[in-house]
Design a protein around this ligand. Structure first.
Ligand code: NAP
Length: 511
């Protein structure tokens, strides 16, 4: 790799080509902010929907809502679309947007540093073109909270002699037929892939051991295919598909009060899940093992008609004794039982509250975002901008994720805010916008206050929503339309700004 990187000035550098980065590219382009580059470490657009190819991967939010508001798709095959279809959708939207000429694939951000002199982010990337350094007015991170696999820290796992891979990095070269497969984890990914493994291995005489640390509440999934007539209506009847989308949106939003203010209402969900268990599982001991003891909603509520039947199948064992270690060819539980295994699938989630990209972003005072957040937990003004990190916009930032609806609604809200910021900077000839510490602190305090009574904070479980301080720095604690309302315009008065330094550097001024 070349020691002297090639350098390029751009107005905006977007990191990641998933739903967030792609929306940012499209909306910047529409706003006339055309001087941008999107760098993506993977080989194509689609983000999580390109990377997660495990068997059974499907969306658990209805596709009518889990799609861009500006690119409705009348051709969704089912209520909950499969991964390949969602990925193809993002690819098509990208192609039709005319922005793909500014996407650079297989390229990772290795370092991003704020340069006060230049009033720009200096971003070092590595990819097929070697090392390329961008000097960007703004840095827009769409790197995603669920992108970096979290591998379990289990004694001996590195010495395992068989195949081992994470659910988000499925190894399709491994022939699973007739094998003994162990799956560690029972989250959203595991409940989709285990039923597929169960079927495949039943046909070939194989076996699945599922290692559960904590059971999840799993309710039935109302799934079906759209008929040709429905698709024709979506395509040809003006407003029909948008009306359905609005209905889905409203139905999901109607559940927010139960999550956010009246967790006791979650008893209804628990009843639904218990019926789901009773329908599929006859063995009282297995029923007991899969029934959670915390309030539904505390962890993400999962939806599946296949999970409990798969656990009840003859070729599946649910193991709830804690894993003690992994040997060269077996998983050993705390009670001393050794279960031989050929393939180990770790479905153990992602680094959410310590996003790895934060280690690569260094702010105004020379500290990385990871260091800053390590001190007090993730925080950002309106979940998007961060004091000490001028002109950085984090899409799907702290307290923007959802436990009840489509992240694309949030992403579009944030992208609109970013575009408004770019417009404001251009209009007022500003080189720098940085949220005031006081504004960020007030926002964070408000979010924490709203989070306090929610089931996500009080439900009595450990979840990936919570950070090491026990704070929920992941989810938005309310209705999504409230979030959108907060971000409807760029509130310059909450920012310290600097004019463009031309030709002489000038002092920082407060707006
Ligand atoms: P996850 O929900 O974080 O689940 C990880 C699982 O691994 C949990 O059961 C966890 O147990 C277990 N685990 C972690 N470390 C372990 C260890 N050392 N030993 C034993 N068990 C361990 O991860 P995920 O299933 O990949 O899902 C993450 C998120 O991605 C979801 O919540 C959802 O937002 C999204 N997702 C969406 C879809 C979809 O739309 N279809 C599909 C997949 C994922 P504990 O519960 O005890 O921690």
């Amino acid at each position: 790799m070349s020691a002297t990187p090639s350098r390029r000035n751009v107005d905006h550098l977007v990191v990641g080509a998933g739903f967030a980065g792609l929306a940012a590219a499209i909306k910047l382009d529409e706003a006339g902010e055309r001087d941008f580059v999107v760098v993506e470490k993977d080989s194509d657009v689609g983000g999580t929907w390109h990377i997660n190819t495990y068997p059974g991967a499907e969306c658990d939010v209805p596709s009518q809502l889990y799609s861009y508001s500006f690119a409705l798709n009348p051709d969704w095959s089912k209520v909950y679309s499969p991964q390949q279809e969602i990925w193809a959708y993002t690819r098509r939207v990208a192609e039709e947007s005319g922005t793909l000429d500014r996407f650079v694939f297989d390229t990772a951000v290795v370092d991003a540093r704020w340069d006060d002199e230049q009033q720009r982010w200096v971003v070092r990337t590595e990819g097929p073109n070697g090392v390329v350094e961008y000097a960007a007015r703004t840095l827009i991170s769409g790197s995603g909270g669920l992108s970096e696999p979290r591998l379990p820290d289990i004694e001996g796992i590195d010495g395992f002699q068989g195949e081992v891979f994470h659910s988000a990095r499925w190894n399709h070269d491994v022939d699973l037929a007739g094998k003994r497969v162990a799956v560690i984890g029972t989250g959203a990914s595991a409940i989709q892939l285990v039923p597929e493994l169960q079927k495949l291995l039943a046909e070939s005489g194989g076996h699945v051991d599922v290692y559960q640390r904590t059971p999840n509440w799993v309710i039935p999934r109302n799934e079906r295919s759209f008929t040709a007539i429905e698709k024709a209506v979506f395509r040809h009847v003006p407003g029909a598909q948008r009306a359905l989308r609005t209905l889905v949106y409203g139905t999901l939003e109607a559940r927010v009060p139960a999550f956010a203010r009246f967790p006791q209402a979650m008893a209804a969900v628990e009843l639904q899940a218990k019926r789901n268990i009773a329908r599929a599982i006859k063995d009282p001991e297995l029923r007991r093992k899969v029934t959670p003891t915390y309030r539904a909603g505390c962890k993400r509520i999962l939806i599946s008609n296949k999970w409990y039947p798969a656990l009840a199948a003859d070729n599946v064992d649910l193991v709830t004794d804690p894993i003690a270690k992994v040997t060269g060819n077996a998983v050993v539980t705390a009670d001393g039982t050794e279960r031989p295994v050929d393939v180990l699938v770790v479905a153990t989630g992602f680094y959410v509250t310590e996003p790895p990209i934060a280690q690569h972003i260094t702010g105004r005072d020379g500290r990385t975002l990871a260091d800053v957040w390590d001190d007090g937990g993730m925080a950002a003004y309106k979940g998007t901008t961060i004091h000490g990190f001028p002109n950085l916009f984090q899409i799907v930032g702290p307290n923007t994720a959802l436990g009840h609806s489509s992240m694309i609604f949030i992403i579009e809200s944030q992208v609109r805010y970013v575009v408004e910021a770019a417009r404001a900077m251009r209009r007022s000839a500003l080189a720098v916008v940085e949220p005031k510490q006081s504004a960020q602190d007030a926002w964070t305090a408000q979010v924490r206050r709203k989070m306090k009574p929610t089931v996500w904070q009080t439900g009595g479980c450990a979840s990936w929503y919570l950070d090491k301080f026990g704070n929920n720095t992941t989810l938005w604690p309310g209705q999504t339309f409230t979030f959108r309302q907060h971000l409807r315009s760029f509130d310059l008065d909450k920012y310290d700004v600097e004019p463009v330094r031309a030709p002489q550097p000038r002092e920082k001024v407060s707006s």
